[in-house]
Design a protein around this ligand. Structure first.
Ligand SMILES: Nc1ncnc2c1ncn2[C@@H]1O[C@H](COP(=O)(O)OP(=O)(O)O)[C@@H](O)[C@H]1O
Ligand SMILES: Nc1nc2c(ncn2[C@@H]2O[C@H](COP(=O)(O)O)[C@@H](O)[C@H]2O)c(=O)[nH]1
Length: 433
């Protein structure tokens, strides 16, 4: 496990168990590695740069992810192929991306639940998916299906906005009997997107997801939900509020999804309202950067050393140096918030914003897993007198999440091709120095 950024040495690994002469860990110290489990629709992104008129022609709403019947998908494919509009094809899926990015950042194992075509040919979509996924993502738990995985036509318009037209294939056929209770029980987080509810006919992914969530809740493994796309939440906001309140501890969303969920267009107010539903909230807000909100106990709160910020909640960042806890573990819970503007103002040119939010979530997961790693291997550390969900403070996580989003935007692709540097070239600008 690579740690999220530079950290104080006193918290590093069992220094007291090192050989005093060689300064190496003695051989009988075997560090235990936590893993996160994600569940997703297995999807390949077919990225094409298109004029806005194409969206209207295919009745697609800009900025959203929408299912299309297979004959429309085929017509769309023929059109973008014939007009040479396809710029790339790569593995996608919101949780597939998140698991990949997590494994790249942490340099450690994650497990992906989903389906995979049982007949794979060199070059087909299933093959591309496997080739584009980090070797640290454990794909042994993909269920074989007779048919194609999903395709996401990722249509990038001139303003860099991405619109998805999804051709489902067999991506929703993961069955509940395939879910291993022990695998979920021993994980440090279970991660899912709201897309699991987009099932119909013979689809079983929704039932598989509910089974996995039931196991996670039973064994007190944090459930991390990302909201996917706005109009799914618009369709039944009360259902989602109830679902989150009952099953979810960590909630990730962008400002549009947040508005659909809790009715506030201001991301800070939306994050605050979402604390009625979940324990820890990440709300990304495009060019405005991102917000995090959570709980800490009155006894553990830590004042920020940054200037106090105005906003819809005045001086909202006062306790951003605190590490977040589950609300149920606080005797006197107080709400804590943090915000960060885009890293270095954002890349000079953003060709597309595909996957920026997934990148931020992967960073938060990395921090959660680092905490599990450290507390399992160094339980006596002073760090763990506070039963926090994360290794870092809210402020530090915002920096890290934001930095990862910047990397995704800079490389114009949702899956990181490499981890972040241990140290940034410019230490002045390095957030974690
Ligand atoms: N136009 C932009 N300029 C600068 N940074 C951006 C821009 N769009 C996104 N980002 C960065 O990427 C993060 C996630 O982006 P966002 O668009 O909110 O996520 P999503 O992909 O889920 O909609 C933001 O918090 C910000 O750090
Ligand atoms: N599992 C699903 N993933 C989907 C769907 N529609 C789009 N996507 C994936 O989202 C990422 C980009 O995410 P964002 O951060 O830009 O929102 C992309 O790689 C798509 O594959 C879906 O219906 N299900």
């Amino acid at each position: 496990m690579r740690f999220p950024g530079r950290r104080k040495h006193k918290h590093y690994f069992p220094v007291d168990k090192k050989d005093p002469l060689t300064k190496k860990l003695t051989t009988d110290v075997e560090l235990k590695h936590p893993y996160v489990v994600g569940m997703d629709q297995t999807i390949v992104d077919i990225e094409a740069h298109v004029p806005e008129s194409l969206l209207a022609e295919f009745k697609l709403t800009k900025g959203l992810s929408q299912l299309v019947p297979s004959e429309i998908a085929e017509a769309l494919y023929q059109y973008i192929d014939a007009n040479n509009l396809i710029v790339d094809q790569h593995a996608g899926g919101t949780i597939g991306n998140t698991m990949h990015n997590y494994s790249v950042l942490a340099d450690d194992r994650s497990v992906l639940y989903g389906v995979m075509s049982q007949n794979i040919k060199v070059g087909n979509y299933a093959y591309q998916y496997l080739c584009n996924t980090s070797s640290k993502v454990d794909l042994q738990h993909l269920q074989p299906v007779d048919g194609a995985i999903g395709r996401a036509f990722t249509l990038i318009t001139e303003d860099g906005e991405r619109t998805f037209a999804i051709d489902s294939g067999k991506m929703n056929r993961l069955t509940p009997d395939f879910i291993d209770e022990e695998l979920i029980k021993n994980s440090c987080a279970f991660v899912i997107s709201a897309y699991f509810t987009r099932c119909s006919g013979e689809d079983t992914l929704d039932k598989a997801a509910l089974k996995a969530i039931e196991y996670a809740n039973k064994h007190k493994v944090p459930v991390v939900l990302t909201l996917g796309t706005r109009f799914m939440i618009d369709e039944k906001p009360q259902w989602w509020r109830d679902f989150i309140k009952q099953h979810v501890q960590v909630l990730a969303m962008n400002e549009e999804e947040a508005e659909a969920l809790v009715g506030h267009s201001d991301p800070l107010l939306a994050a605050e309202a979402a604390l009625d539903l979940a324990d820890l909230v990440l709300c990304t807000a495009g060019p405005l950067g991102l917000y995090m909100a959570g709980f800490t106990d009155e006894t553990f709160k830590r004042d920020t050393r940054y200037p106090l910020l105005p906003g819809s909640i005045p001086e909202f960042n006062r306790y951003e140096y605190s590490r977040p806890l589950l609300k149920s573990l606080c005797s006197n819970p107080i709400k804590i918030y943090s915000h960060i503007a885009p890293y270095m103002g954002g890349p000079d040119k953003i060709k597309n914003t595909n996957g920026a939010g997934d990148g931020a979530l992967a960073a938060v997961l990395h921090d959660i897993a680092s905490n599990a790693y450290h507390s399992t291997n160094v339980p006596e550390s002073s760090k763990h007198t506070v039963p926090a969900i994360t290794y870092s403070s809210l402020s530090q996580m915002c920096k890290y999440a934001n930095r990862v989003s910047f990397e995704v935007l800079s490389q114009s692709s949702p899956r990181l091709s490499k981890g972040l540097p241990e140290r940034e070239d410019s230490l002045e600008q390095a957030y974690w120095h």
